[in-house]
Design a binder for this molecule. Structure first.
Ligand code: GLN
Length: 501
């Protein structure tokens, strides 16, 4: 079998076969990640007895760190481990983290989360970069490839997001799992699927040929190994530090003040080695990253404030079917991505043929406009409440449907454009920075959510409904302003991007 990069990139048909392997590996990883994530806030409030405000802040901190470490994971992959070894190491850490949580989620909560944070940092950006490497520069099939990959992300998120919390809350398999074991099993499930993810990868990675192998092959094996071991040991040593930083969110603040500017300084330093045209593209990439921060700050209310809103204020039936509102909040978006990602892909192709396809930056702007409309729908749920402040899960799901269109205009396209705007040597760092922007999004999401939770302390359920939906109306307005700004700036950013669409 010929596995040279050329033969991989010259694949026939719509998708390279390797994409399917990565699809499944990422699907199981996201099952584990979103399964766990969907339990965090609820578990912190219900089991660890933290108050809503602290839970929101700590949740925001964990998510901020997850995505901040994707920058570091990307950096170490580019410089030391290579994408593949990074991914393997990350997967291993995620497995250990979820096993630790399965053993005693209350006692080892922050330890398990610490492992998962570092593990995701090594796994997530690098699998995305490998997807980009399957395509030759300028291959028009690349966006479709990322869309398919994104469907895999969301298939995992859907299954994990619904199943884990439903098991933990004893809405599912309550006859099979004894009450005191429910959370152990829920976290254990995340561990099992992560093993499946890693096995999928190890059993198929041969097909990647030389994609993602070590960047240090020019060194002696001994030197190379020393660097690798130092990376492993270093990443383990960071775990206790993360545990402290997540449990005391003031430290997260300091970390967030430093990591973003530091990554930019690093990028500027690297820019000395590239041409003006390449540097303009890198600046365009940074502009995309900056806008994405706002998008995710609002979107990521999903795991934080919306999860509390779902628990307090949403009914337990959608389309007449009894469903857990937290499970729906965790997974409706993913279901819609799976259904509509292929459709949106077709719409872009249709528009392209008629020379109507908006460029990436206008798509970003549309992303914000959909986001705004979705948050206005969340606001609107207040007009459908009963006397106890419980309102329509159907309408709420409709809000997610609209926001999903926004996500599809921004997220898979964002990943794809990162690989197009970045020179070969900086691929993983740039992908890491793209996710680092999500870290800021998550971080601000936690702050926004905590503000809403703070305002609703000691309120009745109906007052909570009003306070939360007021918050969502504000977010709707800001998204609207964001969308208009992005579209207004589009000609300028287009110029920076050179020929990249
Ligand atoms: N939902 C997507 C994923 O998990 C995007 C995450 C992000 O960029 N914030 O891959």
């Amino acid at each position: 079998m010929n596995n040279s990069i050329e033969s991989i990139q010259n694949f026939k048909g719509k998708y390279p076969k390797q994409l399917w392997y990565l699809f499944f590996s990422e699907m199981w990883e996201r099952f584990s990640f979103y399964g766990m994530r969907g339990m965090l806030v609820f578990f912190m409030v219900d089991q660890l007895k933290l108050n809503d405000v602290v839970a929101n802040l700590q949740y925001g901190a964990t998510q901020a760190f997850v995505y901040a470490f994707t920058f570091i994971g990307g950096l170490f992959a580019d410089k030391i481990l290579g994408y593949r070894r990074s991914l393997f190491w990350g997967g291993l850490l995620m497995i250990v983290g979820s096993i630790v949580l399965a053993i005693d989620p209350k006692e080892f909560f922050f330890l398990g989360i610490g492992f998962n944070i570092i593990g995701t940092g090594f796994f997530k950006p690098n699998i995305s970069t490998i997807v980009g490497s399957l395509y030759k520069e300028g291959d028009p099939r690349q966006d479709a490839g990322f869309s398919l990959f994104y469907a895999g992300v969301n298939l995992g998120a859907l299954l994990g997001g619904y199943l884990c919390i439903a098991i933990g809350k004893r809405q599912l398999f309550e006859n099979l799992i004894p009450a005191h074991m429910a959370w152990h099993v829920a976290f254990g499930l995340a561990a099992v699927v992560m093993v499946v993810s890693l096995l999928t990868f190890t059993n198929t990675q041969r097909s990647l040929g030389s994609i993602g192998i070590s960047p240090l092959l020019h060194l002696t094996p001994k030197r190379k190994r020393t660097y690798e071991y130092l990376t492993y040991v270093g990443s383990l040593a960071v775990i206790p530090v993360i545990m402290i930083m997540v449990s005391k969110t003031e430290y997260t603040d300091i970390f967030m003040y430093i990591i973003g500017p530091a990554s930019l300084v690093y990028l500027f330093y690297e820019m000395r080695f590239f041409s003006i045209a390449e540097n303009k593209k890198l600046i365009a990439a940074v502009v995309f990253m900056l806008f994405s921060i706002f998008f995710w700050a609002f979107f990521e209310q999903s795991g934080g404030s919306l999860s509390i809103f779902a628990a307090n204020n949403l009914s337990g039936t959608a389309l007449g079917i009894p469903l857990d509102p937290n499970g729906v909040n965790n997974s409706a978006n993913s279901l819609f991505v799976i259904i509509f990602a292929p459709l949106i892909g077709l719409v872009w192709i249709w528009m392209n043929k008629r020379k109507l396809e908006p460029n990436t930056i206008v798509k970003f702007g549309l992303g914000f406009l959909f986001l705004a409309a979705g948050f206005y729908v969340f606001y609107y749920t207040r007009f459908f409440t009963n006397n106890n402040g419980v309102t329509s899960l159907d309408l709420f799901s409709m809000g997610w449907l609209i926001i999903t269109f926004g996500e599809l205009c921004l997220s898979p396209i964002g990943m794809s454009v990162m690989t197009k705007l970045s020179p070969q040597k900086l691929q993983a760092v740039i992908m890491g920075m793209w996710f680092l922007a999500s870290a800021y999004g998550q971080y601000f999401a936690g702050l926004l959510g905590a503000n809403i939770a703070e305002a609703s302390k000691n309120s009745t359920n109906i007052e909570k409904l009003l306070i939360y939906t007021d918050g969502y109306k504000q977010l709707g307005l800001y998204s609207l302003i964001g969308g208009i700004m992005v579209i207004a700036l589009s000609p300028f950013i287009k110029r920076l991007m050179g020929g990249v669409k």
